[in-house]
Design a binder for this molecule. Structure first.
Ligand code: FNR
Length: 183
């Protein structure tokens, strides 16, 4: 059976390149992976006061992660870091203390930008944030997708061949990584 990978997009924007990349990856993924693409839409702001009686959206998000076989972050860079909505989702996933819903989940990071640097700073921040609360993070290949602004047509379909190739290579490596971790 295919491994389910919760694919968390770091943007709420309707025309988000990150969302389009995640959707393209879901189509390009090998048959051993099923990408369950989601955005942080509807995840309430983290507030420690609510921990004793967590909102339904937190519970649903945590359960979605717990049932998965891995996690993929597809994120833009905001001000040389990750968008606040993604950090909020990670904070929600990380609690209760010691019981992060990301624990043990093989994790991939796909950063992107319409700019020249491909969101590398966002990826590096995720690599700082995650280790204490996640499963193993795939180190290679690294993937920082630059110039994504002209990668999609009006229907949101991926039309940049070079990008498709890079995504396919990444997905093949991630599938092997997930296979190794899930046995
Ligand atoms: C950006 N953008 C941006 N790009 C980048 O490469 N490095 C950065 O530090 C930033 N900082 C930044 C801050 C804020 C508040 C915004 C709104 C934007 C540009 C960003 O890459 C661009 O808007 C992307 O299109 C956002 O990703 P989605 O929504 O297309 O996935």
């Amino acid at each position: 059976m295919a491994h389910t990978i919760v694919t968390i997009v770091g943007s709420l924007r309707k025309e988000s390149f990150s969302l389009k990349i995640a959707n393209a990856m879901a189509k390009l993924a090998p048959s051993s992976l099923k990408l369950d693409v989601m955005t942080p839409h509807g995840i309430s702001n983290f507030n420690q006061d609510l921990e004793a009686s967590p909102p339904a959206d937190w519970v649903a998000f945590r359960e979605r992660l717990q049932k998965s076989n891995g996690v993929l972050f597809v994120t833009p860079e905001y001000n040389r870091s990750i968008p606040g909505v993604l950090k909020n989702a990670i904070d929600v996933a990380s609690r209760p203390y010691g019981k992060s819903s990301l624990l043990g989940k093989p994790t991939g990071i796909v950063a992107n930008s319409p700019g020249a640097l491909g969101g590398v700073a966002a990826a590096k921040h995720l690599q700082n944030i995650l280790p204490g609360i996640s499963g193993p993070i795939m180190g290679q290949p690294e993937i920082y997708l630059n110039g994504v602004g002209d990668a999609f047509n009006d229907k949101g379909e991926l039309v940049k061949e070079a990008l498709q190739k890079v995504l396919e290579q990444y997905l093949a490596a991630f599938a092997a990584f997930v296979e190794k971790q899930n046995g």
